[in-house]
Design a protein around this ligand. Structure first.
Ligand SMILES: O=C(O)CCC(=O)C(=O)O
Ligand SMILES: [Fe+2]
Length: 391
């Protein structure tokens, strides 16, 4: 099914696997066994592999002896060219055979930092200094942090999560009433691609500032400015109010984080504030439907965030992975910690810090059974900020 027909006629949960969702081999989620890849690929999908299972018996034991026929490890598995023609274009991309290495590991390691020194009353100077140090090493070594005692009311986060679930549970037709369009970057869409591969997700974006000023073109001599406003879904009730309240909390938290990051770099605590007067930040509600092709698709392909930083709430399903910066470059699971926020440094902090703090590659794997919700807040400076290393 091609992309335009899938996006216009069906909700994502029911889409057939599509070339556009298939990840390059090196980006595929890890598999501990190979499934459905030999004959189905060679036959260009004419013969599909079939899901099967073994039930157990309460009284009898059972023995079986499968023989798993695998080709040589260096076989390039792709549809046979005799089976490809105009009416039957290739359905799979080539990949190397062999048992894929277990490419993700359980993730202890991503630092968890308690922000109470900057969220409680009357903190001591020494506790703030210790926190700044902790933030500095987490930024250098990981670029990803989980923070607790961040000051964002739990009830507000839960309300927004519930509102998000109600919104995405609507029919595609209803969601498309607030589709993103050329008049504003705000709204619903389900066709985002990361590095030319379509993500298995739906999103709803809501701008932090109304209007958000954005240049019409990227030409620096063109000073025509767009004034973006938000799409306002009628359902669920109070959606907009909850979003607005949540954004206020994200702003507060982001200013605290910017101060800590500035101090950890040896800068004045308010050094970054001037860039955020007319900020172009936005909150994104994300819905990852269960994916029957979880070994081929990703919720979000490997990428780095392009803003200053991202403050992310994830539910308890898991799926976010970070590429560890150390020599092994392993994908590490970012384990859900109830009520914590995940902070990741993005490209603009990397530039401001002159490379001291790098933005880090991450991705989201999908789950074959469970849906997942997450809420990133992308902190971006004003559109006319000239992003360069601070002198
Ligand atoms: O959903 C997530 O956990 C992370 C999403 C993400 O990385 C992004 O939207 O940039
Ligand atoms: Fe991201």
């Amino acid at each position: 099914m091609n992309e335009s027909s899938s996006s216009s006629s069906q909700a994502m949960g029911t889409i057939d696997v599509d070339q556009a969702f298939i990840q390059e081999p090196e980006h595929r989620p890890s598999l501990s066994t190979i499934e459905g890849q030999g004959i189905p690929v060679w036959s260009n999908g004419a013969y599909e592999s079939v899901e099967h299972r073994v039930i157990v018996n309460s009284e009898k034991e059972r023995f079986s002896i499968p023989y798993f026929l695998f080709p040589a490890h260096d076989t390039e598995v792709k549809p046979l060219k005799e089976l490809i023609h105009e009416h039957n274009p290739p359905k799979y991309r080539p990949y190397k055979s062999g048992k894929p290495s277990l490419s993700t590991i359980e993730g202890q390691g991503i630092p968890v930092i308690d922000l109470s020194p900057v969220t409680s009353n009357n903190p001591s100077l020494s506790s703030i200094n210790a926190l700044v140090k902790e933030i500095g090493s987490a930024c250098k070594e990981w670029g990803f942090i989980q923070v607790t005692n961040h000051g964002v009311p739990l009830s507000l986060r839960q309300n927004l999560l519930e509102a998000s679930k109600s919104f995405f549970a609507q029919s595609l037709q209803d969601k498309k009433k607030v589709s993103r369009d050329e008049t504003s970057a705000s709204g619903y869409y389900d066709t985002e691609h990361t590095k030319n591969v379509r993500d298995w997700k739906e999103v709803f974006d809501f701008l932090a500032k109304e209007p958000t000023l954005f240049p019409l073109t990227s030409d620096e001599h063109d000073d025509r400015i767009l004034h973006w406003t938000n799409k306002n879904p009628q359902y669920p009730p109070h959606f907009r109010d909850i979003l607005k309240e949540y954004i206020k909390e994200m702003e507060k938290l982001s200013y605290k984080l910017l101060e800590l990051i500035a101090l950890s770099l040896g800068l004045e605590s308010k050094r970054f504030e001037e860039f955020f007067g007319d900020q172009t930040s936005f909150v994104r509600l994300k819905y990852y439907p269960p994916c029957p092709y979880s070994h081929l698709a990703l919720g979000v392909g490997p990428h780095k965030d392009s803003g200053a930083l991202t403050i992310l709430a994830q539910d308890d399903v898991g799926g976010l992975q970070v590429k560890r910066k150390t020599h092994d470059q392993e994908w590490i699971n970012v384990e859900p910690i109830p009520h914590a926020y995940i902070i990741n440094l993005a490209d603009i902090i990397q530039v401001w810090s002159n490379g001291a703090y790098e933005s880090v590659e991450h991705r989201v794997i999908v789950n074959s059974e469970k849906e997942r919700f997450s809420i990133p807040y992308f902190l971006f400076p004003a559109h006319d900020t000239e992003v360069k290393p601070l002198k």
